[in-house]
Design a protein around this ligand. Sequence first.
Ligand code: 5MM
Length: 343
Amino acid sequence: MTAQALIDTAQALVAADKGLLAMDESNATCHKRFAKLGIPLTEDARRDWRELIVTAPGLGACISGAILFDETIRQRTSTGTSFVSALDAEGIIPGIKVDTGAKPLAGHPGETVTEGLDGLRERLAEYAGMGARFAKWRGVITPGAGLPTRACIEVNAHALARYAALCQEAGLVPVVEPEVLMEGDHSLARCSEITEDTLHAVFAQLRLQGVLLEGMLLKPNMVLPGQACPQQESVEEVADATVACLLRTVPAAVPGIAFLSGGQSAQLASARLNAMNQRFKSRLPWALAFSYSRAVQQPALDAWKGDRANVEAAKKALVHRAQCNQAARRGNYDATADAPKGA
Ligand code: 5MM
């Protein structure tokens, strides 16, 4: 695999104002979301849900790549097509989540380190053989009293860079996801400080470990006040703070930044991305895109509820959210027309 092939894939993932769809929930996370809607917590239900997504007509016009989970990359539609082939048919690049989860960090109560490096070289080779062209790994940074610690930031940055180097060796574009959580009562200014520290540490490790910046994507949080913070800044203030933080930390060689949604509502995630592109797009070195899970999937999951009769409505809801985020990349998202019913 040449460096140019990595660069081409990374650029294709942010081309045409499209974005990524994260559909890589582990079974535990998937079940948490299913349980709220009374959907059975079974492999069949998980497969049915993911089939609905990969067969949604028109999804490929606004989604460039889909991040799958180990179970999902091995599954097939009810007509026997592999999910990878179904995505390929829509022009969507298949990707794979390769971390094995955030585990308690020894000696650091309340913090985690993401695991999955053991045997990663072999797993990446297997996934590449199955058609994956990019991968994803998420490190979690938790704000709190005295948190995050330096230790937590450094171990997660180190693991992200080791993962990224192994991905590029295997010919897969690494999506590097350091997430500062939005749970808590911290201010936007505190989130900005933590995000800046984290991104500096991540890019220092990526450099140390020889990762080709042109052949990767960054998947960060937006700079937001904690969910329980009494002061909630406007869409424009969030856009300004997020772009300012990224300009201080992300090298211009990185082709794209694809945000996670982190628990924001679908509409807010679109509105904030839209504001960033509207205000700054022409002056930024990298594309500002999306790699949402909940902010694209949740309205469709609410429509589906595990009932076959709702499949078509759910597909429409899914494609609608993907279209809204493509519009947000163009700075054309109309938040008023997209307000949730009854709001
Ligand atoms: C932060 O989570 C990622 C983006 O999703 P949101 O847009 O909903 O925040 C997401 O890709 C996440 O990493 C996966 O859902 C996998 O989560 P788990 O915890 O099940 O590995």
